[in-house]
Design a binder for this molecule. Structure first.
Ligand SMILES: Cc1cc2nc3c(=O)[nH]c(=O)nc-3n(C[C@H](O)[C@H](O)[C@H](O)COP(=O)(O)OP(=O)(O)OC[C@H]3O[C@@H](n4cnc5c(N)ncnc54)[C@H](O)[C@@H]3O)c2cc1C
Length: 212
C-alpha cells in the first residue's frame, strides 16, 4: 500500500494531516505539550514522538535520554520492464537484498554507523552495484541511488510507551531494520496507550526510560 492510500484510509476515518518540521517540543503546565514549527505553534493534549532516526533530540526535550543512533543503509535501482525475479531474494554471501518493484529492480543493504549528517559514501553504492551485476550481468545503468536511516538502539528493541516525565508524550521509534514490518503493530499499541486501554501486553522491555 502506498503512502497516499494509507493516508486516504486514515482521512476516511476522520484523521487530518499537516506536515511541518517540529523545531521545539515543550511540556506546558497542565500536561499539554507545545510543538513549535517555523510556520505554526500547536498546543497538544498528546503527542506521538515517531520521528525515526531524528527522534533523539526531541526525546531529550521530552526529558528522556535515549541512546538512539542510525544504521545507514544504501539503495540502488535499475529500470526494468520485466524483473528477472518474482520475490525478494538475498544472496547472503554478498550481504544485500534484491527486490522486484513495479518497473524496476531494487538492491538494498549494508550497515554504516555514520550519523545523520555525513554525506553518502559512494563506495557502499559501488559494492551493491558490483554485487548485483554478478547476479544479473545484463543490467543497464543504475537509475537512482539513495541513503536511508534505520533508527536503532543498543539493545535492538524499539522505544514504545509513555514518557516517564511527560506521560502525554508517547514514544514510538527505534525499529531498526524492521520499521516497515512493525509499523502496523506499533501503531495499534500506540492507539491503545492513547486510549488508556489495557491490551494485556507487557511493554516493559520497550520503556523509554530503560537506559536510565
Ligand atoms: C537499506 C534499508 C533497507 C530496509 N529494509 C527494510 C525492510 O525490508 N523491512 C522493514 O521493515 N524495514 C526496513 N528498513 C527499515 C525501515 O526503513 C525503518 O525502520 C523505518 O523507516 C523507520 O520508520 P519510522 O517511521 O520510525 O521512521 P522514518 O520512516 O524515518 O520516518 C520518520 C519521519 O519523521 C519525520 N521527522 C523527522 N524529524 C522531524 C521533526 N523534527 N518534525 C517533524 N517530522 C520529523 C521525517 O521527515 C520522517 O518522515 C530498511 C532501511 C534501510 C535503510
Amino acid at each position: 500500500m502506498t503512502w497516499s492510500r494509507v493516508a486516504a484510509a486514515a482521512v476516511s476515518k476522520g484523521a487530518s494531516f499537516q506536515r511541518f518540521r517540529v523545531e521545539r517540543l515543550e511540556p506546558l503546565s497542565g500536561g499539554h505539550i507545545r510543538l513549535t514549527c517555523r510556520e505554526l505553534v500547536v498546543d497538544a493534549r498528546a503527542v506521538v514522538l515517531a520521528a525515526g532516526a531524528w527522534s533523539r533530540s526531541l526525546a531529550r526535550q521530552a526529558g528522556e535520554n535515549v541512546p538512539l543512533d542510525t544504521e545507514r543503509g544504501y539503495h540502488i535501482e535499475f529500470a526494468m520492464e520485466a524483473c528477472p525475479i518474482k520475490r525478494p531474494v538475498s544472496p547472503v554471501d554478498l550481504g544485500f537484498y534484491v527486490t522486484p518493484m513495479e518497473g524496476r529492480l531494487r538492491v538494498a543493504g549494508t550497515v554504516e554507523l555514520g550519523g545523520l549528517s555525513a554525506p553518502p559514501n559512494a563506495d557502499r553504492i559501488a559494492v551493491l552495484e558490483r554485487g548485483v551485476r554478478k547476479l544479473f550481468p545484463k543490467l543497464g545503468p543504475a537509475r537512482t541511488q539513495w541513503l536511508g536511516f534505520r533508527p536503532s538502539l543498543p539493545d535492538s528493541l524499539p522505544v514504545i510507551g509513555r514518557g516517564r516525565r511527560q506521560p502525554n508524550i508517547i514514544f514510538a521509534f527505534g525499529h531498526g531494520h524492521l520499521g516497515m514490518t512493525l509499523a502496523g503493530v506499533t501503531s495499534r499499541i500506540v492507539a491503545s496507550i492513547i486510549d488508556n486501554r489495557d491490551d494485556g501486553l507487557n511493554l516493559s522491555a520497550f520503556r523509554p526510560d530503560r537506559f536510565g
